[in-house]
Design a protein around this ligand. Structure first.
Ligand code: NAG
Length: 331
C-alpha cells in the first residue's frame, strides 16, 4: 500500500488507544506476567473500523500510455477512466483523479496527480504526468497508478489501482491501453498494546524502574525497535503503550516474531527482567533456521489467536521467561 499524504491514509491510527478491553479482575500468576494485546489486519479493513466510509468495491478501468522521451523523461499519458465506482455512494457521486508514484519512492517527491473531474464515473483527462529519470534507473522501478475520489468529507476514497514493473516493460509499446483497476494489496499492520507487567523480579528494595522493549523480528533495525517509557519504583508497572508495525504483506506475519523484553532501567547497564517471544514457534523464518522462533505453547497460542482474528484485539497475560536465548545476530 502507499502510505502517502492523502488525508485518508492514516486518520484511523489514533483509534488504537481507544480499542481493546480493560484488564481487570484477572487472576494473578505466581510468576511475573505481562499483559499484551495485539491485532493484525489489512489497511482496508482497519479503515472500516470507523464505519463503512471510505470503502468501495473496486471496478472499472483506466486508459493510459507509457513513454520514455528523448528529453530523458518518463511520461505517463493518462487518457481516461471508465465505469468507476461511486466514491460517495449515498450521493451517487464521484469526483475522480489519478495519482502516480514511481516506486519504491513513496514520498511526496514521487507523487504526481491529474486534475479532479467532477461528478463523473467516466472522467476524461488527457494529461501527462512526468518524471525526470534516467532510463537505466527505471529497471528497478514500479509505476503505481491509483484512482481516487476527492471527497468533500475530507478523506479521499480509493477507487482502484494498477501497478507496472518497469523492469520488463517494452518501451516500443507506446499505444494507449486499457487496464482493469485492481484492489489494494492486502498489506497490513501489527498493533501491540502493552498494558502492564506484574510481580517483576525485586532487584532493588525500592522497586524496579522498568520499561519494555519491542522488536518484530526478523527486523532488528532501529525502525523495528520500540520502547515504552520507564515506570519507576514498582514491581507492577502500568504501561498502556501502543506500538504499530506496518507494511506486512499477506502471510508475512507467520514468519515474524514479536519479542518483548522487560528491563530495569539503570544508568550503568539495564538489567534483564524477563521476556516473551510471540510467534508460531516453528524455528524458521522465511525458510531460514533461526534461534528466536522458539515460542512456547502460551506464546504460540496468542500469536495464532491474533492471526485468526484480524482487525480485533486479542488480549492475553503471559508468564515472563526468566531468561532468553540471545539472538545470535543481534542483541
Ligand atoms: C477536493 O475536495 C476538497 C475537500 O472537500 C475541496 O476543498 C476541493 O475544492 C476539492 N477539489 C476540487 C477540484 O473539487
Amino acid at each position: 500500500f502507499l502510505q502517502d499524504e492523502e488525508p485518508d491514509s492514516d486518520s484511523d491510527r489514533s483509534s488504537v488507544s481507544s480499542l481493546g478491553s480493560e484488564v481487570s479482575g484477572r487472576k494473578s500468576h505466581l510468576s511475573s506476567a505481562l499483559s499484551v494485546s495485539e491485532r493484525t489486519g489489512s489497511l482496508m479493513s482497519i479503515y472500516s473500523d470507523a464505519g463503512d466510509f471510505g470503502r468501495v468495491s473496486v471496478q472499472g478501468a483506466v486508459e493510459f500510455a507509457l513513454m520514455y522521451s528523448p528529453a530523458e523523461e518518463l511520461i505517463v499519458m493518462v487518457e481516461q477512466c471508465q465505469d468507476l465506482a461511486f466514491g460517495n455512494a449515498r450521493k451517487q457521486r464521484t469526483d475522480p483523479y489519478v495519482k502516480t508514484y514511481l516506486l519504491p519512492d513513496k514520498s511526496r517527491r514521487s507523487k504526481r496527480k491529474t486534475s479532479i473531474k467532477k461528478r463523473t464515473t467516466n472522467p476524461v483527462y488527457v494529461e501527462s504526468l512526468r518524471y525526470n529519470v534516467k532510463k537505466k534507473d527505471l529497471i528497478d522501478k514500479t509505476l503505481s497508478l491509483s484512482v481516487w475520489h476527492n471527497d468533500s468529507r475530507g478523506r479521499n476514497v480509493f477507487l482502484g489501482q494498477m501497478e507496472i514493473s518497469l523492469r520488463s516493460w517494452d518501451w516500443r509499446h507506446e499505444a494507449l491501453t486499457w487496464y482493469n483497476l485492481q484492489p489494494k494489496h492486502g498489506t497490513g499492520e501489527v498493533h501491540v498494546w502493552l498494558k502492564e507487567a506484574r510481580q517483576l523480579r525485586k532487584l532493588k528494595p525500592q522497586g524496579v524502574d522498568s520499561f519494555v522493549k519491542c522488536y518484530i523480528l526478523p527486523d532488528t533495525s532501529k525502525k523495528s525497535r520500540q520502547k515504552t517509557r520507564v515506570v519507576k519504583k514498582t514491581q507492577n508497572p502500568i504501561f498502556n503503550h501502543a506500538m504499530v508495525y506496518d507494511g506486512f504483506r499477506a502471510g508475512e506475519v507467520r514468519d515474524a516474531c514479536c519479542e518483548l523484553t522487560v528491563w530495569d532501567h539503570s544508568t550503568l547497564s539495564n538489567q534483564f527482567l524477563g521476556g516473551v517471544r510471540l510467534s508460531l514457534g516453528t524455528g524458521k523464518s522465511y525458510g531460514k533456521k533461526v534461534d528466536w522462533m522458539d515460542s512456547e505453547a502460551q506464546e504460540v497460542d496468542m500469536w495464532e489467536k491474533m492471526l485468526s482474528n484480524p482487525n480485533s484485539w486479542v488480549d492475553g497475560e503471559l508468564s515472563l521467561r526468566p531468561s532468553m536465548t540471545p539472538r545470535k545476530e543481534h542483541l
